[in-house]
Design a protein around this ligand. Structure first.
Ligand code: WTA
Length: 676
């Protein structure tokens, strides 16, 4: 990347270095059918029309009562969108479609095992199932608007059903990724004070049937140790009528939903009228400290933005079959499997398993058999499928009109394979940049309007005004190609409302650094800091360079290095722990863990294995370090700061560069030796 000068962001923080690529123009056939093919949308969403332009998204929804004010900015940075407006997300994703789409597939559930049949749920089916569960939650458990409910559900239809049942009642759902540990569930349930945990007994992944219920038992116990009582555990059976978990039911606490719901057949519950500003859900995400942040999303602004961007960016249309391969446990699944697409009445594929199981042809068989036309996934999945079978896509007769990528930077070489092989040289590609906090996509090409450029996400979406600030908070010239902190000047409807129960941390994390005046009530003084470094090319396209904080993007998933370090420190032998993000050909980045031991302790292969296990147990498999290195000491500056730059270089087998500022330079050679 010849244009990036070293100024705001140090080289070690920049994760991608590739040159500018040629661009790819969408076909006439694609343009002719697209939702948005007129660049006039950027005029409608010009800065002069802010914030009223966003009513265009809100009008995609059904409002019980229309809003009085589009945006209330009187108490920055607690933006309030569509105040006075009343709506229900479950009604918008289900009921309102029944008149015209009752018999249309809302969900195609594809079990991992290819011998199990695909389950097709129509909008009517979804309506029935969501109502029955909502009735049970309301009338049996007495849950009420504003109560929090923690979900730890795998990729089965009961996950969106449960989310929508919560939304119907105004319960705030907090889905924890199913791969996360019991401890992660306990922490999140405790933080959100959820007295109900909804889980499943089992799920399939990589050909195995996992006992998932056992983790709920452990989560309840851990929450109790944290001083929080989870009173009720509701269990969906992966195979209804059949228990797939060896873990025993705890009387009074555990209930099998299939059994309970028998008494609720045919029950209906009126959707709760929700203020636009009432929270819809929490999504916990890693930050710079060990404690995950509960990103709180609103009902009206979030849903409007998810629907509006799904229409504009993913080009969802009535005849499309749409497959987003993300897990609903992450924000991508919330916004672009559940809320956005269902609000638009789309047919959505829900896949339980690992895309490369039993072989790398599996996704393309699913695409062929269901007639998938839109496909959305992460660079990590693309890299893995390319490795596992780069010749597979051509063996299957399917045809994508559009393919998206999200979660991490995509290397131009991988982009080209995606385009030429997966997309068969026809599909339009979008590279969408956004975050848990942003609710929906912020930068991407609009597929029928802008050419796509490999390695670059594209311009900001309509109504989004990016701003690049250097370390001193000075605005760097637009389109200068210089690396800096990516910020957004203005609020938008999908932005999170707050960190659950921690407004101070919310203000500090996202606004503290670049707010021009904390007393100001003018939104212009409150740019949103994304925590990513980026450059803007001469054509206005934004390239994401990577996180500037201690968050590691492992296979497109955010893991806090502090979380891994705290886990390692629970091993009694460990004195110090440092995690670094190391380049990996498939996962983009992976964590490597360096630990030094307390005096008198001895390193051993068994200790290395045990520390690895602790991390998996405390956080989940995705945080598992590629290596645990037991070192005599950490390379440190004279002021005692661990030099992570040096550790990254050691892990990647590179020259650590100038180490003269280290207090203990000799340790670098010692570590290199022990790494072999
Ligand atoms: C990174 C996922 C490059 C970025 C929706 C961001 C990306 C973090 C892209 C958010 C992209 C996301 N290109 N990097 N297209 N999309 N990222 O909260 O570092 O799980 O800050 O949300 O992923 O991850 P999160």
């Amino acid at each position: 990347m010849s244009t990036s000068k070293k100024n705001a962001v140090s080289e070690s923080e920049i994760s991608v270095h590739w040159r500018e690529e040629g661009s790819f123009i969408p076909s006439q056939a694609f343009i002719a059918q697209a939702n948005l093919r007129d660049a006039a949308i950027f005029d409608r969403f010009s800065a002069d029309h802010f914030p009223d332009c966003f009513t265009e998204y809100a009008e995609l929804l059904h409002w019980e009562r229309r809003w009085d004010q589009v945006l209330d900015t009187s108490n920055p940075p607690f933006w309030r969108w569509f105040t006075g407006g009343v709506l229900n997300a479950s009604y918008n994703c289900i009921d309102r479609h029944l008149a015209t789409l009752r018999n249309k597939a809302a969900l195609h559930f594809v079990p991992e095992d290819e011998d199990e049949p695909v389950v097709h749920l129509t909008y009517q089916d979804l309506y029935v199932r969501v109502n029955e569960l909502a009735a049970y939650l309301r009338f049996d458990l007495g849950l009420r608007k504003g109560d929090r409910v923690t979900l730890h559900l795998p990729m089965i239809p009961e996950l969106p059903i449960t989310m929508l049942a919560c939304a119907r009642l105004g319960l705030i759902h907090s889905q924890v990724f199913s791969g996360f540990s019991a401890k992660a569930v306990a922490e999140r349930a405790t933080d959100s004070q959820s007295r109900v945990l909804i889980t499943a007994d089992a799920y399939r992944r990589s050909g195995k049937l996992y006992d998932h219920k056992a983790r709920a038992d452990e989560a309840v116990e851990l929450a109790a140790q944290m001083g929080h009582l989870i009173e009720q555990v509701l269990i969906w059976q992966r195979y209804p009528g059949h228990a797939s978990s060896a873990s025993p039911m705890v009387p009074g606490r555990d209930r099998v939903l299939g059994d309970e719901l028998r008494a609720y057949r045919g029950r209906r519950v009126a959707p709760e009228p929700m203020e636009a500003t009432d929270p819809l859900f929490l999504m916990y995400t890693s930050g710079t400290t060990g404690k995950p942040k509960g990103c709180q999303h609103s009902t009206g602004g979030y849903l409007a933005y998810a629907a509006g961007t799904a229409r504009a960016v993913l080009d969802l249309q009535p005849q499309d079959v749409y497959w987003c391969m993300a897990d609903i446990g992450w924000i991508t699944g919330h916004s672009y499997i559940v809320y956005g697409p269902l609000a638009l009445g789309a047919s959505v594929v829900l896949f339980e398993g690992l895309p490369s199981h039993p072989d790398a042809g599996r996704p393309w068989r699913i695409a062929r058999d269901l007639g998938v036309s839109i496909f959305y996934t992460s660079p990590t999945a693309i890299r893995a499928l390319r490795r596992g079978g780069s010749d597979q896509p051509e063996k299957y007769d399917y045809s994508f009109k559009l393919m998206g990528t999200v979660g991490e930077p995509i290397e131009p070489e991988v982009w080209r394979w995606y385009f030429e092989t997966v997309g068969k040289g026809q599909a339009v590609i979008i590279d969408t940049w956004w975050q848990t906090e942003t609710g929906g996509v912020l930068t991407s090409t609009l597929p029928a309007i802008h050419p796509a450029k490999p390695g670059s996400t594209g311009p900001a979406l309509p109504g989004i005004y990016p701003l690049l600030l250097d370390e001193q908070g000075r605005e760097i010239p637009e389109r200068s190609g210089r690396a800096a902190n990516l910020c957004i000047r203005n609020p938008w409807p999908g932005i999170m409302q707050c960190i659950w129960n921690d407004p101070e941390r919310f203000v500090d994390t996202y606004y503290g650094r670049f707010c021009r005046d904390r007393k100001s009530t003018d939104w212009r003084d409150w740019p949103y800091m994304a925590g990513d470094a980026a450059t803007q090319d001469a054509d206005g396209y934004i390239r994401i360079l990577g996180r500037i904080d201690d968050v590691i993007n492992v296979a497109g998933h955010r893991i806090g290095s502090k979380e891994i370090e705290s886990a390692a420190l629970t091993a009694p032998e460990v004195a110090e722990a440092a995690v670094v993000a190391v380049a990996d050909p498939v996962k983009g980045r992976v964590p490597e863990l360096y630990v030094s031991l307390k005096p008198g302790e001895q390193g051993s292969a068994a200790l290395v294995a045990r520390i690895g296990q602790i991390v998996i147990h405390e956080i989940g498999k995705i945080a598992s370090p590629r290596h645990v290195w037991i070192v005599p000491d950490m390379p440190k500056t004279r002021s005692g700061k661990i030099m992570r730059r040096v550790l990254v270089a050691l892990s990647e087998g590179r020259d650590p560069g100038d180490i003269s500022t280290l207090a203990n330079a000799e340790v670098v050679e010692e570590i290199r030796k022990l790494m072999g």
